[in-house]
Design a protein. Structure first.
Lengths: 196, 273
Protein backbone atom coordinates (compact mmCIF):
# COMPACT_ATOMS: atom_id res chain seq x y z
CA UNK A 1 0.00 0.00 0.00
CA UNK A 2 2.83 2.41 0.86
CA UNK A 3 4.48 1.57 -2.46
CA UNK A 4 1.27 2.40 -4.31
CA UNK A 5 1.00 5.70 -2.44
CA UNK A 6 4.61 6.54 -3.40
CA UNK A 7 3.96 5.75 -7.03
CA UNK A 8 0.80 7.84 -6.99
CA UNK A 9 2.67 10.76 -5.45
CA UNK A 10 5.37 10.56 -8.10
CA UNK A 11 2.74 10.38 -10.84
CA UNK A 12 1.14 13.58 -9.54
CA UNK A 13 4.47 15.39 -9.37
CA UNK A 14 5.60 14.38 -12.90
CA UNK A 15 3.78 17.15 -14.85
CA UNK A 16 5.31 19.82 -12.56
CA UNK A 17 8.79 18.59 -13.41
CA UNK A 18 8.05 19.18 -17.11
CA UNK A 19 7.21 22.86 -16.47
CA UNK A 20 10.39 23.27 -14.38
CA UNK A 21 12.74 21.89 -17.08
CA UNK A 22 14.92 24.31 -19.02
CA UNK A 23 13.94 24.64 -22.67
CA UNK A 24 16.41 25.42 -25.42
CA UNK A 25 15.27 27.75 -28.20
CA UNK A 26 17.07 28.32 -31.48
CA UNK A 27 16.97 31.88 -32.78
CA UNK A 28 15.10 32.20 -36.09
CA UNK A 29 17.56 34.18 -38.27
CA UNK A 30 14.83 35.21 -40.73
CA UNK A 31 12.81 36.99 -38.06
CA UNK A 32 15.52 38.16 -35.67
CA UNK A 33 17.56 41.31 -36.30
CA UNK A 34 19.83 43.48 -34.19
CA UNK A 35 19.16 47.09 -35.13
CA UNK A 36 21.07 50.17 -34.05
CA UNK A 37 20.73 53.93 -34.11
CA UNK A 38 23.56 56.45 -33.95
CA UNK A 39 23.59 60.23 -34.15
CA UNK A 40 25.36 61.73 -37.15
CA UNK A 41 26.91 65.22 -36.92
CA UNK A 42 24.50 66.12 -34.14
CA UNK A 43 21.84 66.48 -36.84
CA UNK A 44 19.94 63.26 -37.33
CA UNK A 45 20.15 59.57 -36.51
CA UNK A 46 21.41 56.95 -38.90
CA UNK A 47 19.60 53.64 -38.51
CA UNK A 48 21.20 50.37 -39.39
CA UNK A 49 21.07 46.69 -38.68
CA UNK A 50 22.94 43.45 -39.08
CA UNK A 51 21.29 41.15 -41.56
CA UNK A 52 22.04 37.94 -39.71
CA UNK A 53 21.90 36.79 -36.13
CA UNK A 54 22.20 33.22 -34.87
CA UNK A 55 22.24 31.69 -31.47
CA UNK A 56 20.46 29.82 -28.71
CA UNK A 57 18.42 30.75 -25.70
CA UNK A 58 17.96 28.40 -22.78
CA UNK A 59 15.00 29.40 -20.64
CA UNK A 60 13.87 27.88 -17.37
CA UNK A 61 10.73 29.76 -16.36
CA UNK A 62 10.31 27.54 -13.31
CA UNK A 63 13.69 28.31 -11.85
CA UNK A 64 13.62 31.83 -13.42
CA UNK A 65 17.02 31.41 -15.03
CA UNK A 66 18.35 31.26 -18.53
CA UNK A 67 21.24 31.76 -20.88
CA UNK A 68 21.61 33.62 -24.16
CA UNK A 69 24.38 32.98 -26.65
CA UNK A 70 24.31 35.03 -29.85
CA UNK A 71 26.67 35.46 -32.82
CA UNK A 72 26.39 38.32 -35.32
CA UNK A 73 28.52 38.45 -38.49
CA UNK A 74 29.87 42.01 -38.62
CA UNK A 75 30.11 41.98 -42.43
CA UNK A 76 26.30 41.91 -42.61
CA UNK A 77 26.03 45.50 -41.39
CA UNK A 78 23.58 47.49 -43.48
CA UNK A 79 22.62 51.17 -43.29
CA UNK A 80 20.95 51.50 -46.67
CA UNK A 81 24.12 52.59 -48.50
CA UNK A 82 25.47 49.32 -49.82
CA UNK A 83 26.81 50.26 -53.21
CA UNK A 84 27.04 53.51 -55.07
CA UNK A 85 26.49 53.80 -58.79
CA UNK A 86 29.55 56.01 -59.26
CA UNK A 87 31.82 53.36 -57.72
CA UNK A 88 32.79 55.47 -54.71
CA UNK A 89 33.11 53.49 -51.53
CA UNK A 90 29.76 53.24 -49.77
CA UNK A 91 29.02 53.80 -46.09
CA UNK A 92 28.48 50.09 -45.54
CA UNK A 93 31.90 49.35 -47.08
CA UNK A 94 33.41 51.90 -44.71
CA UNK A 95 31.62 50.31 -41.75
CA UNK A 96 33.14 46.93 -42.67
CA UNK A 97 36.64 48.45 -42.90
CA UNK A 98 39.20 48.93 -40.13
CA UNK A 99 37.74 52.29 -39.06
CA UNK A 100 34.63 50.62 -37.65
CA UNK A 101 33.79 46.92 -37.49
CA UNK A 102 36.98 45.63 -39.18
CA UNK A 103 35.10 42.62 -40.53
CA UNK A 104 38.17 41.03 -42.14
CA UNK A 105 39.87 40.75 -38.76
CA UNK A 106 36.82 40.35 -36.53
CA UNK A 107 34.14 38.60 -38.62
CA UNK A 108 31.85 38.07 -35.63
CA UNK A 109 30.65 39.85 -32.55
CA UNK A 110 29.12 37.80 -29.76
CA UNK A 111 26.87 38.31 -26.79
CA UNK A 112 26.88 35.84 -23.93
CA UNK A 113 24.53 36.35 -21.04
CA UNK A 114 25.54 36.16 -17.40
CA UNK A 115 22.17 36.68 -15.74
CA UNK A 116 18.45 36.67 -16.53
CA UNK A 117 16.43 39.08 -14.39
CA UNK A 118 12.80 38.13 -13.83
CA UNK A 119 10.10 40.28 -12.30
CA UNK A 120 7.72 37.62 -11.13
CA UNK A 121 7.16 35.42 -14.15
CA UNK A 122 8.14 38.14 -16.64
CA UNK A 123 11.67 38.31 -18.02
CA UNK A 124 12.65 41.93 -17.46
CA UNK A 125 16.29 42.21 -18.50
CA UNK A 126 19.35 40.24 -19.47
CA UNK A 127 22.86 41.00 -18.33
CA UNK A 128 25.77 39.76 -20.34
CA UNK A 129 29.02 40.45 -22.12
CA UNK A 130 29.34 41.82 -25.64
CA UNK A 131 32.58 41.03 -27.45
CA UNK A 132 33.30 43.41 -30.31
CA UNK A 133 36.65 44.07 -32.00
CA UNK A 134 38.28 41.68 -29.56
CA UNK A 135 37.14 43.69 -26.52
CA UNK A 136 34.59 42.35 -24.02
CA UNK A 137 32.38 44.69 -22.00
CA UNK A 138 29.23 44.15 -19.93
CA UNK A 139 26.00 45.22 -21.61
CA UNK A 140 22.53 45.08 -20.11
CA UNK A 141 19.52 44.54 -22.37
CA UNK A 142 16.09 45.62 -21.16
CA UNK A 143 13.15 43.70 -22.53
CA UNK A 144 10.22 45.85 -23.59
CA UNK A 145 8.24 42.76 -24.51
CA UNK A 146 8.54 39.02 -24.01
CA UNK A 147 5.98 36.44 -25.01
CA UNK A 148 5.76 32.72 -25.62
CA UNK A 149 2.89 31.08 -27.42
CA UNK A 150 1.83 29.31 -30.59
CA UNK A 151 2.58 30.41 -34.13
CA UNK A 152 -0.85 31.36 -35.54
CA UNK A 153 -0.42 29.29 -38.70
CA UNK A 154 1.99 26.45 -38.00
CA UNK A 155 0.86 26.10 -34.36
CA UNK A 156 4.48 25.57 -33.37
CA UNK A 157 5.50 26.80 -29.95
CA UNK A 158 7.66 29.90 -30.17
CA UNK A 159 8.92 32.82 -28.10
CA UNK A 160 9.57 36.39 -29.10
CA UNK A 161 11.07 39.45 -27.46
CA UNK A 162 12.07 43.05 -28.09
CA UNK A 163 15.20 44.17 -26.26
CA UNK A 164 16.96 47.51 -25.98
CA UNK A 165 20.33 48.63 -24.77
CA UNK A 166 22.96 51.32 -25.11
CA UNK A 167 26.70 51.03 -25.62
CA UNK A 168 29.60 53.41 -26.10
CA UNK A 169 31.55 52.30 -29.13
CA UNK A 170 34.79 53.78 -27.80
CA UNK A 171 34.60 51.25 -24.95
CA UNK A 172 35.30 48.65 -27.62
CA UNK A 173 38.09 50.61 -29.31
CA UNK A 174 35.93 51.95 -32.15
CA UNK A 175 37.07 55.55 -31.94
CA UNK A 176 36.89 56.79 -35.52
CA UNK A 177 34.75 59.85 -36.10
CA UNK A 178 33.91 60.63 -32.47
CA UNK A 179 32.20 63.04 -31.70
CA UNK A 180 30.97 63.90 -35.21
CA UNK A 181 29.63 60.35 -35.31
CA UNK A 182 28.30 59.79 -31.83
CA UNK A 183 29.98 57.57 -29.28
CA UNK A 184 26.65 56.33 -27.91
CA UNK A 185 24.84 53.67 -29.93
CA UNK A 186 21.29 52.58 -29.15
CA UNK A 187 20.52 48.92 -29.72
CA UNK A 188 17.07 47.66 -30.65
CA UNK A 189 16.87 43.89 -31.04
CA UNK A 190 13.90 41.82 -32.13
CA UNK A 191 14.15 38.08 -31.56
CA UNK A 192 11.95 35.12 -32.43
CA UNK A 193 12.99 31.64 -31.45
CA UNK A 194 11.65 28.07 -31.67
CA UNK A 195 12.31 25.11 -29.38
CA UNK A 196 15.30 23.06 -30.50
CA UNK B 1 40.71 74.76 -29.98
CA UNK B 2 38.99 71.47 -29.31
CA UNK B 3 37.27 71.56 -32.68
CA UNK B 4 40.58 72.29 -34.36
CA UNK B 5 42.17 69.22 -32.79
CA UNK B 6 39.30 67.09 -34.12
CA UNK B 7 39.88 68.24 -37.71
CA UNK B 8 41.33 65.27 -39.69
CA UNK B 9 43.67 67.54 -41.66
CA UNK B 10 45.08 68.93 -38.43
CA UNK B 11 45.35 65.45 -36.87
CA UNK B 12 47.09 63.91 -39.87
CA UNK B 13 48.90 66.84 -41.48
CA UNK B 14 49.42 70.06 -39.55
CA UNK B 15 50.28 68.84 -36.07
CA UNK B 16 52.44 65.88 -37.24
CA UNK B 17 54.35 68.29 -39.52
CA UNK B 18 54.97 70.63 -36.58
CA UNK B 19 56.03 67.71 -34.36
CA UNK B 20 58.42 66.51 -37.07
CA UNK B 21 59.92 70.00 -37.47
CA UNK B 22 60.50 70.25 -33.72
CA UNK B 23 62.53 67.02 -33.89
CA UNK B 24 64.14 67.64 -37.30
CA UNK B 25 65.66 71.08 -36.67
CA UNK B 26 68.02 70.02 -33.84
CA UNK B 27 68.74 66.69 -35.60
CA UNK B 28 69.39 68.14 -39.05
CA UNK B 29 73.10 67.47 -39.03
CA UNK B 30 72.92 64.04 -37.43
CA UNK B 31 72.19 60.56 -38.73
CA UNK B 32 69.03 60.43 -36.57
CA UNK B 33 67.13 62.95 -38.68
CA UNK B 34 64.66 60.21 -39.63
CA UNK B 35 63.31 60.23 -36.08
CA UNK B 36 61.34 63.28 -37.16
CA UNK B 37 59.22 60.99 -39.33
CA UNK B 38 58.63 58.75 -36.32
CA UNK B 39 57.60 61.83 -34.31
CA UNK B 40 55.03 62.78 -36.95
CA UNK B 41 53.70 59.23 -37.05
CA UNK B 42 53.35 59.00 -33.27
CA UNK B 43 51.68 62.44 -33.13
CA UNK B 44 49.04 61.25 -35.60
CA UNK B 45 48.55 57.99 -33.69
CA UNK B 46 48.01 59.92 -30.44
CA UNK B 47 45.48 62.27 -32.01
CA UNK B 48 43.50 59.68 -34.02
CA UNK B 49 43.65 56.35 -32.23
CA UNK B 50 45.35 56.77 -28.92
CA UNK B 51 47.78 54.30 -27.39
CA UNK B 52 45.27 51.86 -25.95
CA UNK B 53 46.51 48.35 -26.73
CA UNK B 54 43.86 46.34 -24.92
CA UNK B 55 42.87 44.68 -28.17
CA UNK B 56 45.88 44.16 -30.43
CA UNK B 57 44.24 44.85 -33.77
CA UNK B 58 46.20 44.90 -37.02
CA UNK B 59 46.28 48.71 -36.88
CA UNK B 60 47.73 48.65 -33.36
CA UNK B 61 50.33 46.13 -34.51
CA UNK B 62 51.26 48.51 -37.33
CA UNK B 63 51.90 51.24 -34.74
CA UNK B 64 54.04 48.93 -32.61
CA UNK B 65 56.02 47.77 -35.66
CA UNK B 66 56.64 51.39 -36.72
CA UNK B 67 57.95 52.27 -33.26
CA UNK B 68 60.09 49.11 -33.12
CA UNK B 69 61.73 49.77 -36.47
CA UNK B 70 62.36 53.42 -35.60
CA UNK B 71 64.14 52.22 -32.44
CA UNK B 72 65.98 49.58 -34.49
CA UNK B 73 67.17 52.32 -36.84
CA UNK B 74 68.68 54.23 -33.92
CA UNK B 75 70.42 51.08 -32.62
CA UNK B 76 71.76 50.25 -36.06
CA UNK B 77 73.43 53.65 -36.27
CA UNK B 78 75.70 52.59 -33.42
CA UNK B 79 76.20 48.96 -34.36
CA UNK B 80 75.88 48.21 -38.07
CA UNK B 81 77.88 48.66 -41.22
CA UNK B 82 75.23 50.02 -43.60
CA UNK B 83 76.08 47.58 -46.37
CA UNK B 84 76.38 44.44 -44.23
CA UNK B 85 74.54 41.62 -45.93
CA UNK B 86 73.66 40.01 -42.62
CA UNK B 87 71.92 43.14 -41.36
CA UNK B 88 70.04 43.56 -44.60
CA UNK B 89 68.83 39.96 -44.48
CA UNK B 90 67.83 40.31 -40.84
CA UNK B 91 65.93 43.51 -41.54
CA UNK B 92 64.13 41.90 -44.47
CA UNK B 93 63.17 38.94 -42.29
CA UNK B 94 62.02 41.23 -39.48
CA UNK B 95 59.91 43.29 -41.89
CA UNK B 96 58.25 40.22 -43.37
CA UNK B 97 57.66 38.84 -39.87
CA UNK B 98 56.09 42.15 -38.79
CA UNK B 99 53.79 42.08 -41.82
CA UNK B 100 52.69 38.50 -41.18
CA UNK B 101 52.19 39.28 -37.49
CA UNK B 102 50.01 42.29 -38.33
CA UNK B 103 47.93 40.19 -40.74
CA UNK B 104 47.86 37.07 -38.57
CA UNK B 105 44.31 37.39 -37.28
CA UNK B 106 43.01 38.10 -40.79
CA UNK B 107 44.87 35.06 -42.14
CA UNK B 108 43.20 32.75 -39.61
CA UNK B 109 39.87 33.33 -41.39
CA UNK B 110 41.20 32.37 -44.83
CA UNK B 111 41.21 28.96 -46.50
CA UNK B 112 44.66 27.40 -46.84
CA UNK B 113 45.20 27.99 -50.60
CA UNK B 114 44.15 31.66 -50.26
CA UNK B 115 46.26 31.99 -47.13
CA UNK B 116 49.38 30.72 -48.91
CA UNK B 117 48.89 33.09 -51.82
CA UNK B 118 48.14 36.05 -49.55
CA UNK B 119 51.11 35.34 -47.27
CA UNK B 120 53.47 34.94 -50.20
CA UNK B 121 52.17 38.14 -51.76
CA UNK B 122 52.61 40.04 -48.50
CA UNK B 123 56.21 38.86 -48.15
CA UNK B 124 57.01 39.67 -51.78
CA UNK B 125 55.54 43.15 -51.42
CA UNK B 126 57.61 43.85 -48.28
CA UNK B 127 60.80 42.66 -49.96
CA UNK B 128 60.10 44.79 -53.04
CA UNK B 129 59.59 47.89 -50.90
CA UNK B 130 62.73 47.20 -48.87
CA UNK B 131 64.76 46.72 -52.03
CA UNK B 132 63.62 50.12 -53.24
CA UNK B 133 64.35 51.61 -49.83
CA UNK B 134 67.91 50.31 -50.00
CA UNK B 135 68.31 52.00 -53.33
CA UNK B 136 67.53 55.43 -51.86
CA UNK B 137 69.11 54.91 -48.42
CA UNK B 138 72.46 56.33 -49.53
CA UNK B 139 70.93 59.71 -50.34
CA UNK B 140 69.00 61.29 -47.45
CA UNK B 141 67.31 63.84 -49.71
CA UNK B 142 66.12 61.07 -52.00
CA UNK B 143 65.07 58.94 -49.03
CA UNK B 144 62.98 61.79 -47.62
CA UNK B 145 61.43 62.45 -51.04
CA UNK B 146 60.54 58.76 -51.34
CA UNK B 147 58.97 58.72 -47.87
CA UNK B 148 57.00 61.87 -48.75
CA UNK B 149 55.56 60.38 -51.91
CA UNK B 150 54.89 57.00 -50.25
CA UNK B 151 52.99 58.73 -47.47
CA UNK B 152 50.97 60.81 -49.92
CA UNK B 153 50.09 57.87 -52.13
CA UNK B 154 48.99 55.75 -49.18
CA UNK B 155 47.06 58.63 -47.71
CA UNK B 156 45.13 58.93 -50.97
CA UNK B 157 44.75 55.28 -51.86
CA UNK B 158 43.70 54.21 -48.35
CA UNK B 159 41.04 56.93 -48.32
CA UNK B 160 39.67 55.75 -51.67
CA UNK B 161 39.41 52.10 -50.82
CA UNK B 162 40.01 51.26 -47.26
CA UNK B 163 40.21 53.23 -44.12
CA UNK B 164 40.33 56.88 -43.21
CA UNK B 165 42.52 56.01 -40.21
CA UNK B 166 45.07 54.30 -42.47
CA UNK B 167 44.89 57.33 -44.75
CA UNK B 168 45.64 59.63 -41.80
CA UNK B 169 48.68 57.56 -40.87
CA UNK B 170 49.89 57.74 -44.47
CA UNK B 171 49.45 61.52 -44.55
CA UNK B 172 51.31 61.81 -41.24
CA UNK B 173 54.19 59.84 -42.75
CA UNK B 174 54.22 62.33 -45.64
CA UNK B 175 54.04 65.27 -43.23
CA UNK B 176 57.05 63.97 -41.31
CA UNK B 177 59.03 63.29 -44.47
CA UNK B 178 58.09 66.75 -45.71
CA UNK B 179 59.55 68.32 -42.57
CA UNK B 180 62.75 66.30 -43.01
CA UNK B 181 62.97 67.36 -46.66
CA UNK B 182 62.36 71.00 -45.70
CA UNK B 183 65.25 71.17 -43.21
CA UNK B 184 67.57 69.61 -45.79
CA UNK B 185 66.44 71.92 -48.56
CA UNK B 186 66.83 74.97 -46.30
CA UNK B 187 70.22 73.85 -45.01
CA UNK B 188 72.36 70.98 -46.14
CA UNK B 189 71.68 67.34 -46.80
CA UNK B 190 71.89 65.22 -43.66
CA UNK B 191 74.44 62.44 -43.25
CA UNK B 192 73.35 59.00 -44.40
CA UNK B 193 71.67 56.86 -41.78
CA UNK B 194 69.27 54.01 -41.00
CA UNK B 195 66.56 56.06 -39.32
CA UNK B 196 65.30 57.94 -42.33
CA UNK B 197 64.25 55.16 -44.63
CA UNK B 198 63.77 52.09 -42.47
CA UNK B 199 60.68 52.83 -40.41
CA UNK B 200 59.06 54.78 -43.26
CA UNK B 201 59.44 51.79 -45.61
CA UNK B 202 58.08 49.38 -43.01
CA UNK B 203 55.09 51.57 -42.14
CA UNK B 204 54.38 52.13 -45.85
CA UNK B 205 54.49 48.37 -46.41
CA UNK B 206 52.10 47.66 -43.56
CA UNK B 207 49.68 50.45 -44.47
CA UNK B 208 49.45 49.05 -47.98
CA UNK B 209 48.90 45.48 -46.85
CA UNK B 210 46.25 46.47 -44.32
CA UNK B 211 44.47 48.63 -46.87
CA UNK B 212 44.06 45.55 -49.06
CA UNK B 213 43.36 43.09 -46.25
CA UNK B 214 40.83 45.12 -44.27
CA UNK B 215 39.34 47.42 -46.89
CA UNK B 216 37.94 47.25 -50.38
CA UNK B 217 41.22 48.04 -52.12
CA UNK B 218 42.18 45.54 -54.86
CA UNK B 219 45.62 43.94 -54.43
CA UNK B 220 46.92 45.11 -57.79
CA UNK B 221 46.85 48.73 -56.54
CA UNK B 222 49.97 47.74 -54.58
CA UNK B 223 51.95 46.87 -57.70
CA UNK B 224 53.20 50.36 -58.69
CA UNK B 225 54.19 51.28 -55.11
CA UNK B 226 57.63 49.59 -54.98
CA UNK B 227 58.52 51.56 -58.13
CA UNK B 228 58.27 54.85 -56.19
CA UNK B 229 61.75 54.46 -54.65
CA UNK B 230 63.26 53.30 -57.94
CA UNK B 231 61.77 56.29 -59.75
CA UNK B 232 62.96 58.71 -57.03
CA UNK B 233 66.54 57.54 -57.56
CA UNK B 234 66.42 57.83 -61.35
CA UNK B 235 67.72 61.38 -61.74
CA UNK B 236 71.53 61.37 -61.44
CA UNK B 237 71.88 64.75 -59.75
CA UNK B 238 74.20 64.06 -56.84
CA UNK B 239 76.19 67.26 -57.45
CA UNK B 240 73.13 69.49 -57.47
CA UNK B 241 71.82 71.41 -54.42
CA UNK B 242 69.31 69.63 -52.12
CA UNK B 243 66.28 71.60 -53.29
CA UNK B 244 66.96 70.63 -56.91
CA UNK B 245 67.46 66.96 -56.05
CA UNK B 246 64.32 66.98 -53.89
CA UNK B 247 62.20 68.48 -56.67
CA UNK B 248 63.55 66.01 -59.25
CA UNK B 249 63.11 62.97 -56.98
CA UNK B 250 59.56 63.92 -56.04
CA UNK B 251 58.66 64.62 -59.68
CA UNK B 252 59.89 61.20 -60.79
CA UNK B 253 58.45 59.34 -57.81
CA UNK B 254 55.01 60.88 -58.41
CA UNK B 255 54.61 58.91 -61.67
CA UNK B 256 54.18 55.38 -60.22
CA UNK B 257 52.32 56.93 -57.28
CA UNK B 258 49.82 58.52 -59.66
CA UNK B 259 49.34 55.15 -61.34
CA UNK B 260 48.50 53.53 -58.00
CA UNK B 261 46.01 56.30 -57.22
CA UNK B 262 44.42 55.92 -60.65
CA UNK B 263 44.03 52.16 -60.14
CA UNK B 264 42.42 52.74 -56.75
CA UNK B 265 40.14 55.49 -58.10
CA UNK B 266 38.70 53.30 -60.82
CA UNK B 267 38.50 49.99 -59.00
CA UNK B 268 38.27 50.41 -55.22
CA UNK B 269 34.49 50.23 -54.93
CA UNK B 270 34.22 47.08 -57.02
CA UNK B 271 35.55 44.85 -54.28
CA UNK B 272 32.66 45.65 -51.96
CA UNK B 273 31.04 42.65 -50.22
Amino acid sequence: MSICRSIATLACLAPLSVFAAPQTYVIDPIHSFPNFRINHLGMASIMGRFEKMTGKIVLDTGARTGTLDVKIPTATVSTGDGKRADGVRSRDDHLRAADFFNSAEFPEMTYKSTKFNFNGDVLESIEGNLTLLGVTRPVKLSLSSFKCGQHPFSKKTMCGADAEGTIKRTDFGMKFGVPAIADEVKLMIGVEAYPE
Amino acid sequence: MGDLLLNPAVQAGVLPFVAALIVAVPMRKTRHLGLAVAAAFLCAVYLTMGFDFESLTSLKKLVLAGVAFAAAGVLLEYTAQPQSLMHRVLLAAATCAAALWALQRIFTHLDMPVLVVAGTGAVAYCLALLAGGERVAQDPVCAAATALVLGLVWGTVALLGASAQLAQLGIALAAGAGAVLLVQVCGAAAPRGWTLGLSAQVVAALVGLLAVATGSLPWFCLLPIPLVAWAARLPAASSKPPWYRAALSVSCAIVPAALAVALAWFTAGDRAA
